[in-house]
Design a protein around this ligand. Structure first.
Ligand code: ATP
Ligand code: MG
Length: 738
């Protein structure tokens, strides 16, 4: 007799229940955010075990992150107790590793092999390139590494890369390097992250009897976030499920946001043809968000073409709230005001009884976190940064800070060591050791020792020259300290030292983000009067960071927020060029824009009760004020579900002309004009032709910067030399002619 229906099954709606109970054969659950896909997946595992359809170790469940795996394991434990611990549950990488460990010999590895991190990978590739007589400065190893990783994402070992994929000198060379790199890894008894999957795939593909063994073993296979699988993962799944085909995948094509890492949304679209006769379940009830949040998100994503198209209905407790607040859209004067406003909202929500632990700030780019971290710290609001170090702990920021520390404090040896060869100045290990020995022997700081060595014959002429140059640079920057505002000093140092240039030349996917972070740092320093005051602030901030703040508001990128939910979600920085991100737009046009829009959809649909979207009319980017325009995504949020307000009226003519004004900025701003002519109401209150008539040399008054003289007028964007603030770029709409 069938066991009694357990409570977790009764809590499901009929479609969810169908997806859970259709245990045999391929099943695809394709539906929008918050419809319970992950819940279905977890319940399905519980159901399979509860029904005794398979022992726990015959169930394989794949999650997108380790964190999601931990959560799923905890829920399973709640539902069916400790037997669930033997379920094969984890990310593709973790599961592949587990399988691979049993067959290391088949791919040429030995027990106890090492898994290289990104740094080691690059160092290894660089050695190989040097061995081939290639100059890593002309052919950056990261370029080849990126190609290698793409091949790995597609499940291609060097011998299987198709000829058309390795065309031209660069392509052929990359392929050759790929082969050498793989061979070298085996010699070192090592592999990289991508290899975990690739080797595992190889074992299964080349050894039918082993594949058959796993196909029998894993009677049930389940996959979350299927829309973000890459080709290698797809092949891996197909192989493992080939026997019984009890494969259940859940996903949402509207939430595919990892194409830049090789994910192929096509995998989900192809499911039905790959597995003829598959049961396809569509869930339409959203249990997560209130009706206005859902309405806003659905209205936004409707602007994407080529969707499967799904309707979402708010259901359950969240939907029943008659007082559900609309999505609040807020325009602020600048980034600082945005952070101040956000912290105030957080405080008032806390007073209303919302816990900080159920609030999140989701940003498009990591550099945006800095402003909020500073503000939250100032207000004493606990927070935690997920998925990466806090802003001031990032590698490039620590490097930049080391430069500033050494300038402020020439005997800071740690700072010296950190940057003396960053960017690479060609100082060898031997010279550095000589330097350290001298400093120790004489009891002087490294910089002083370097000064001595730079003038004596202790070192080879080349090393001597390099050291002397470095000492001279530091001295020159030190002299600039009193004459330049600290942010300009920082900008100068980062430029002159070649440090920014180093990252700009870097072809790895994280390099542009690092350049942005450095720009953000310069902007942050602009808020301080002196270098010492800034460094003091940093010292304090860093000390606070030591304390683990478990219970605080969460700061993370939109990418990292996939699959999660919070009562309150803040979505700051919805401005053209920031979100949608300029880089994405420049790279591949429409496809990239749609991926940005999906990211916005992911962001909005993380919210259960309240969502706040904000933008700033001005941003300080690399020490320059730039006017920014509200994101086109704001225009795309249906009016019926939003409540828009802007502070900026205070400063004269600003956005938010929630009154309908068209043209104006839209036609002046080239990027804007090209995309969504006259779509909405977020244009500056724009008096006809304003700004065009402001002549060079004209004196103007600006609410924030005071009096100044116009130096240039680029279609209404003015360069003004302010009496107190110096040269700034401002929008004509914000100034009065005096
Ligand atoms: P995403 O696309 O964002 O990953 P999802 O489809 O995986 O979302 P879940 O995270 O599984 O959705 O569910 C969203 C929320 O709705 C969760 O809090 C979940 O517990 C709740 N939920 C799902 N199904 C039901 C149901 N039948 N009754 C009550 N609550 C439900
Ligand atoms: Mg989910």
């Amino acid at each position: 007799a069938a066991p009694d229906s357990p409570p977790w099954l009764d809590g499901l709606n009929p479609e969810q229940r169908r997806a859970v109970e259709a245990t045999e054969g391929p099943v695809l659950v394709l539906s929008g955010a918050g419809t319970g896909k992950t819940r279905v997946l977890t319940t399905r595992v519980a159901h399979i075990l509860h029904q005794g359809l398979a022992q726990p170790w015959r169930v394989l469940a794949v999650t997108f992150t380790n964190r999601a795996a931990r959560e799923m394991r905890a829920r399973l434990g709640d539902m069916i107790g400790p037997t669930s611990e033997s379920v094969w549950l984890g990310t593709f990488h973790a599961l592949s590793l587990r399988i691979l460990r049993r067959h290391v010999g088949l791919v040429g590895l030995r027990d106890g092999f090492t898994i290289l991190d990104a740094d080691d990978q690059l160092r290894l590739l660089k050695q190989i390139m040097e061995g081939q007589g290639l100059d890593p400065r002309k052919d950056p190893p990261k370029v080849a590494m990126a190609l290698i990783q793409r091949w790995k994402d597609r499940g291609l070992t060097p011998d299987r890369v198709p000829a058309e994929d390795a065309r031209g000198i660069a392509g052929r060379r990359a392929l050759d390097l790929y082969g050498r790199y793989q061979a070298r890894l085996l010699e070192l008894n090592a592999c990289d992250f991508g290899d975990l999957l690739l080797h595992c795939l190889r074992v299964l593909q080349d050894n039918p009897e082993i594949a058959a063994d796993y196909q029998r073993r894993f009677r049930y296979i389940l996959v979350d976030e299927y829309q973000d699988t890459n080709v290698a993962q797809y092949l891996w799944l197909r192989l493992l499920a080939a026997g019984h085909k009890n494969l259940c995948c859940v996903g949402d094509d509207d939430q595919s946001i990892y194409s830049w890492r090789g994910a192929e949304v096509g995998n989900i679209l192809r499911f039905e043809s790959d597995y003829p006769g598959a049961t396809v379940v569509r869930l339409e009830s959203n249990y997560r968000s209130t009706a206005p949040i859902l309405g806003a998100a659905s209205g936004l994503i409707r602007h994407n073409g080529g969707r499967l198209g799904k309707d979402l209905r708010a259901t359950g407790a969240a939907a029943d709230d008659p007082d559900a607040a609309p999505v609040r859209v807020r325009g602020l004067w600048d980034g600082e005001a945005e952070a101040r406003w956000l912290a105030e909202e957080v405080e008032s929500l806390t007073r209303e009884g919302h816990g900080l632990g159920s609030m999140a700030i989701l940003v498009r780019a990591a550099f945006q976190m800095r402003e909020f971290e500073d503000r939250l710290m100032t207000c004493g609001i606990p927070f935690r940064v997920v998925g990466g170090p806090r802003f001031y702990e990032r590698l490039e920021i620590r490097d930049a800070l080391a430069y500033l520390r050494l300038i402020a404090q020439p005997d800071d040896d740690l700072a010296f060591e950190r940057i003396v060869n960053k960017p690479k100045r060609g100082l060898g290990e031997a010279s550095l050791q000589a330097l350290q020995a001298l400093a120790r022997a004489q009891g002087v700081p490294l910089l002083a020792a370097a000064r001595d060595l730079g003038t004596t014959d202790d070192l080879k002429p080349r090393a001597r020259k390099i050291l002397a140059g470095f000492v001279e640079d530091i001295g020159r920057w030190r002299d600039l300290r009193d004459g330049l505002p600290p942010s300009e000093l920082c900008a100068t140092v980062l430029e002159d030292s070649g440090y920014v240039a180093m990252w700009k030349a870097d072809k790895s996917p994280d390099a542009p983000g690092r350049v942005e972070n450095l720009e953000e740092l310069v902007g942050a320093i602009a808020e301080f009067d002196s270098l010492d005051a800034f460094l003091e602030h940093i010292a304090l901030v860093m000390e606070n960071e030591g304390k683990a703040e478990q219970d605080g508001i969460t700061l993370m990128t939109l990418h990292a927020a996939k699959g999660l939910e919070f009562d309150v979600v803040f979505l700051p920085g919805w401005e053209e060029d920031l979100f949608p991100h300029r880089r994405a737009l420049e790279e591949s046009g429409d496809a990239a824009l749609e991926e940005e829009r999906r990211l916005a959809y992911v962001g909005l649909t993380r919210a259960r009760k309240r969502a706040f979207v904000s933008f700033a009319a001005n941003r300080r980017i690399y020490n320059q004020w730039q006017a920014s325009l509200p994101s086109r995504f704001i225009d795309e949020l249906p009016e019926a579900f939003t409540e828009k307000a802007s502070d900026t009226g205070l400063y004269g003519a600003v956005t938010a002309g929630f009154a309908e004004h068209h043209g104006g900025w839209a036609t002046r701003h080239p990027r804007r004009a090209a995309v969504s002519p006259g779509t909405g109401s977020w244009k500056a209150r724009d008096r006809e032709g304003e700004g065009d008539d402001i002549a060079i040399g004209q004196r103007v008054f600006h609410q924030k910067f005071g009096r100044g003289q116009v130096l240039a007028n680029d279609g209404g964007k003015l360069s003004v030399n302010f009496e107190t603030g110096g040269l700034k770029k401002v929008v004509a709409g914000f100034v009065e002619v005096v």
